[in-house]
Write a protein that binds this ligand. Structure first.
Ligand code: AMP
Ligand code: MG
Length: 411
């Protein structure tokens, strides 16, 4: 077991153990937010046929050559959207056409209706002549048959759902969502609807971790609050191993009398890959993998019990692991440069994740300030934050005006 490692090393170890959890076919309209596991390839052209970009008249450009405007031509027939043209446009005639309707043979431009006037006998007067090819969308102009439109590994966004629909994909192959078990340990914990007795508090980490896991695209099992009792802890961990791909255990990772999460997991056969990371909050973070009955590896995070530590460790380590497991190519949130509007405290030998509020100043530059008291038990510092401010090792007590990197927590 490694001890007291850097944030970067810890993340590398976690990511090396995280493996994609397989793929499944699901209805395309349930795929938003999932990761595409097979590319979407076009089996046809889009648009599938030459069509009009405007409501107007399909004309033969040659009828306008050398003529003085305005000119008047008879309306021979009409082409509504969703119907094949009944015939071709003959020289010296025009066809009324709607946006998206197939352009009839013979026609090589569409004059918008705003340029024209039609009398009661169906004679159309053109005030202007359309350019050759004006307002005609060619077949395959957007998408060519055989073209890969969306690569595997891409997040399915609403436009990807729309693209799947227009290309005729009722099902999409996507990466499976990893299953996550939030397990809170501590004699002091009671669930949300219970009235805490003397010395007790409500379990905040379990529900918060379940929500974080869902937000990260995973499936969260119902959070469990487990008393500090070896047999109970062991039984619940074992059950969770069979049901989940990731255990998010919180509490019991420190040096207290009843902090035996580490021991219990070791008794179950796990070797911790690391324990303790040079960071604040979340220093006593532990991580390892444990085989379940079927022989597949489950990731085990031993998160410190303080709610801020638990939340920050999830964001830094569990979220990227889940992203990799669900097939994402980019697993880490991007960092953005921002200017501190106030001095902050940080030790040079730890990577700090301070809770911050980032916003644009009047000149449109990104600035950031602390949410206030930064103790790892101060949960309000987390709920008020829209970002984490990274104050890496080597940086001590940065002054106001210092450029730092922030990581958005929203979106
Ligand atoms: P531990 O890591 O078990 O030593 O707990 C550290 C601190 O976090 C203690 O003040 C615990 O009461 C608190 N804590 C532990 N687990 C939770 C939880 N699930 N929800 C809220 N607070 C917790
Ligand atoms: Mg505890």
């Amino acid at each position: 077991m490694k001890k007291n490692i850097s944030v970067e090393e810890a993340r590398e170890i976690v990511l090396a153990e995280a493996a994609p959890t397989g793929t499944e076919k699901i209805p395309f309209d349930e795929a938003a937010g999932r990761t595409l596991a097979a590319p979407i390839t076009s089996r046809e052209d889009i648009p599938p046929f030459r069509n009009s970009a405007r409501d107007g008249f399909a004309v033969r450009r040659a009828d306008f050559e050398g003529e003085e405007l305005p000119i008047t031509l008879p309306r021979a027939f009409e082409v509504p959207a969703g119907h094949a043209p009944e015939r071709a446009v003959e020289p010296g005639t025009v066809a009324q056409i709607m946006t998206g309707a197939p352009v009839p043979d013979g026609a090589d431009a569409v004059a918008p209706i705003e340029w024209t006037k039609m009398d009661e006998n169906g004679k159309v007067r053109f005030e202007r002549a359309p350019e050759p090819h004006a307002n005609v969308r060619e077949a395959g102009e957007d998408v060519r048959e055989g073209q890969t439109m969306v690569e595997a590994g891409t997040l399915v966004t609403p436009p990807v759902v729309g693209m799947a629909a227009s290309l005729g994909y009722p099902e999409l192959e996507v990466a499976c969502r990893p299953r996550v078990a939030p397990l809170s340990t501590g004699d002091e914990l009671v669930p949300v609807h219970a009235q805490p007795g003397p010395g007790q508090i409500r379990d905040a980490n379990g529900p918060a971790l379940a929500a974080q896991a869902r937000h990260a695209g995973a499936r969260a099992l119902a959070p469990l609050a487990i008393a500090d009792e070896r047999a109970a802890v062991r039984r619940h961990f074992r059950d969770a191993l069979d049901e989940a791909d990731v255990l998010l255990i919180s509490g019991g990772m420190s040096m207290g009398e009843y902090d035996f999460v580490r021991d219990v997991v070791e008794e179950m056969g796990m070797e911790w890959c690391f324990w303790k990371v040079r960071q604040r909050p979340g220093r006593p973070l532990g991580f390892g993998t444990l085989e379940d009955e079927s022989g597949s590896d489950t990731l085990v995070f031993g998160l410190p019990g303080n709610p801020v530590s638990s939340a920050v460790c999830f964001e830094q380590y569990a979220r990227p692991a889940l992203a990799k497991m669900r097939g994402r190519r980019r697993v880490q949130r991007p960092l953005h440069a921002a200017t501190l509007t106030e001095a902050m405290r940080s030790r040079a030998d730890l990577h700090y994740f301070a809770r911050g509020i980032a916003e644009l100043d009047e000149e449109g530059r990104l600035t950031v300030r602390s949410t206030g008291a930064q103790g790892s038990h101060v949960y309000s510092s987390m709920t008020a934050a829209n970002c984490l401010i990274h104050l890496p090792e080597g940086l001590e007590d940065p002054a106001a005006g210092r450029r730092v990197q922030v990581e958005w927590l929203e979106g």
